[in-house]
Every structure is written in structure tokens, then in C-alpha cells.
Design a protein. Structure first.
Length: 367
């Protein structure tokens, strides 16, 4: 059985890595794309709506412009290569999908489009309407304007965020590797992991930061981060090799990260956030309270990192792990003043009527 069959997965997001799309000389692997387009068409005939997150623009543009290091010698080179390669990449996708009777649409997004709530909702509405119309959105980060500081940095996490925005129940990361191994797969005795029920420290330590091709920007670390985002939104995520004929139709070896229960849309958005203005460190008592579904009170906070305003996204940190993401009820200056203090002390400390918590449970997503 192929990954995420249409009967069980009404909407699917497929991410295709650079090493699969672009050959060693920087040209498009058109025959591969034609096979993928045929697979998408077969799924569409069975009623599945498919969105594609497509890498490859920088590699294609670098070849056309004759840039060194695959267009990644500098930020300016990468931006120029992306601007040139994106139009070529979109053209090829439009052609191979049209040959299957499908219409393609292009969506270029930035980190802010999916991290700022209003822009996220706008992007989600556009994506949803395209899928309802039977169009195949082809999505990429807008690398022509993204900077090193403000970007996804890899399309693995972008694909997970797109799945969240689209309300997809499955994500397939087609890559140059067939899944997660307990150690670097190049090492003797490496064991393939077929199924992950929960991402914990043991799973994270298995990740290898390298990419086999050297062409892409995301290794196994980014794929596990993507799985966290997808699972938090109720979507399963599979890592599978694209080095097979018709990779979306074939039964291929893969690693499946199983989704936990679906979170409410707003909490899923919070959990999948990649940027945070600061962090609130807490003691074990507060960590237990959060696990029981309670709000974060100042009495359990031990340290504040960063400078943030009320309403900014922050993380909640235990000594050994990130517990949650949420919207702060206070700015960082006042939060520092309240550290470790009981709620009945807050008004005297602040000089105004306090809010009920540092982060209210309705504005927080556990990780």
C-alpha cells in the first residue's frame, strides 16, 4: 500500500528535496517529475487533494547564472539564484502536471506568512481554496527575499507548516534517505526505524545533521522538527526515499511518525511556531501543573530570557526540555518582576490589577 492512501487521507502534502529534483549538473530531473505528476494525478482521481512543497529553485538558478557553490556562496547569490530558478521550476511543474490534466498554482511564502497569525490565516484560506478547486499548489519559501535571520531554512519544516495550514492529515518527505536510523546510516550496524509513536530525546539523538547529497539544506534534524510540527497538528509524517520509480504509488520503506490527537487549530499553530521572542524557565512543580492542563503562574517561573511584549510568542523551558509555546500575558520587564511570586502579591508589585497568569492555558500549546 502506498503512503497515506486517499481513502484515509483527504489532503496530503508532499515535499520533494533538491537532490531528487536537480541532477549533479544543475538540470531538472524531468523524468522523475513526470513520474511524481502521474502519481499525483492517480491520487487526484481517487479524491485526494495534494499540495507539493518543492525545493530546487536555488540549484536551478545557480546553474543558469553560473554561480559557484550551487548559488550558496553568499546570501546575495542565493537570493539571485532563487529568483532565477523559481520561474524555471514553476514552469516545469506546470508542464508535467498539465500533461496529467492537472492545473498547477505557485505559492511563495516567507516565515512571517506562517508565523504571524493574520497572514497565516490568509495563506491558509488561499491554500484551502486552491485545493477545493482541484488545483495542485506548488509551494516554496520565497528565498529571493528571505534572509538568514528570517527564514524557514529548510523545506521540511515548511512542508509541516503547510500541512497544518491546509488541514492535511499526511505529509510525505521524499528525500535521499529512506527514513530514520538509530545512528548515521553510513555506520556499520545502523538499524532502520519503521515507526515512531512519540518523539523524545532518544529519537532526537538518532538524528544525523548531514544531507547525503550536499545539495539540500535539511538533514534528519530538520525532518524530526518537521515531524513534531505535523504531529502537533494531527498529521502523520513519513520520511521516504524518492530514488524509486513512482515514489508516491510504490510501497516503499519509510519511517512513519504517528500523529497524536488533533489539537485545536490555534493551538496547533502555536505549537508549530518556529520563532519566539523569549523564554520563561520554570521549576518541576510548574512543569507538572502544565502537564495537568493548567496555566503558567509566576510562582513557578525561575528565569526570563529575551525581550518581549505582551502577546508575543515565547517558549516555556524546563531544565532539560522545552515544555510549551504560548502567548505571554506580560512584557518581559514585568515578567521578571513577578518571578517566583504568588498571585496575591502581583498587584502590589506592579501597581495595577494583574492578569491571572504569565501564560494562560487557552493561549498555550504543550509540546
Amino acid at each position: 500500500m502506498s503512503l497515506f492512501p486517499p481513502a484515509a487521507c483527504p489532503r496530503l502534502v508532499v515535499k520533494i528535496g533538491s537532490a531528487l529534483l536537480v541532477d549533479a549538473q544543475g538540470g531538472v530531473r524531468r523524468a522523475f517529475l513526470e513520474e511524481v505528476a502521474a502519481d499525483i494525478a492517480a491520487r487526484a482521481r481517487e479524491g485526494q487533494q495534494v499540495a507539493v512543497v518543492s525545493s530546487g529553485a536555488i540549484a536551478l538558478g545557480a546553474r543558469r547564472l553560473g554561480l559557484a557553490k550551487g548559488g550558496r556562496a553568499s546570501l546575495e547569490d542565493a537570493q539571485a539564484a532563487a529568483a532565477t530558478g523559481q520561474i524555471a521550476l514553476a514552469g516545469v511543474w506546470a508542464e508535467v502536471l498539465a500533461a496529467q490534466g492537472l492545473t498547477a498554482a505557485q505559492m511563495l511564502v516567507t516565515l512571517g506568512d506562517l508565523e504571524e497569525r493574520r497572514r497565516y490565516l490568509n495563506a491558509a484560506a488561499t491554500l484551502g481554496r486552491l485545493l477545493q478547486l482541484g488545483v495542485v499548489p506548488v509551494i516554496n519559501e520565497n528565498d529571493s527575499v528571505a534572509t538568514e535571520e528570517i527564514r524557514f531554512g529548510d523545506n521540511d519544516r515548511l512542508a509541516a507548516r503547510i500541512a497544518q495550514a491546509a488541514g492535511a492529515s499526511g505529509v510525505v518527505l521524499l528525500s535521499d534517505i529512506d527514513g530514520l536510523y538509530d545512528r548515521n546510516p553510513a555506520l556499520p550496524g545502523a538499524t532502520h526505524i519503521a515507526r515512531v509513536e512519540r518523539i523524545d530525546g532518544t529519537i532526537e539523538r538518532m538524528a544525523d545533521r548531514g544531507s547525503a547529497s550536499g545539495m539540500g539544506s535539511g538533514g534528519m534534524v530538520s525532518k524530526i522538527a518537521a515531524a513534531r510540527i505535523a504531529n502537533a497538528a494531527g498529521a502523520g509524517l513519513a520520511i521516504a526515499s524518492g530514488h524509486v520509480a513512482h515514489p508516491l504509488s510504490a510501497t516503499v520503506r519509510h519511517t512513519l511518525f504517528v500523529a497524536e490527537r488533533t489539537a485545536p487549530a490555534r493551538k496547533a499553530w502555536l505549537a508549530g511556531g518556529l520563532t519566539a521572542r523569549g523564554a520563561i524557565h520554570v521549576d518541576e512543580g510548574a512543569a507538572r501543573a502544565l502537564a495537568d492542563g493548567r496555566s503558567l503562574l509566576a510562582a513557578g517561573a525561575t528565569r526570563i530570557d529575551g525581550h518581549f511584549a505582551r502577546g508575543d510568542l515565547v517558549t516555556v523551558e524546563a531544565p532539560d526540555r522545552t515544555l510549551a509555546r504560548g502567548l505571554s500575558e506580560y512584557d518581559s520587564v514585568d515578567a521578571v518582576r513577578l518571578l517566583g511570586r504568588r498571585s496575591d502579591e502581583h498587584e502590589a508589585i506592579l501597581g495595577y490589577a494583574p492578569r491571572s497568569a504569565l501564560i494562560h492555558r487557552n493561549h498555550m500549546a504543550l509540546l
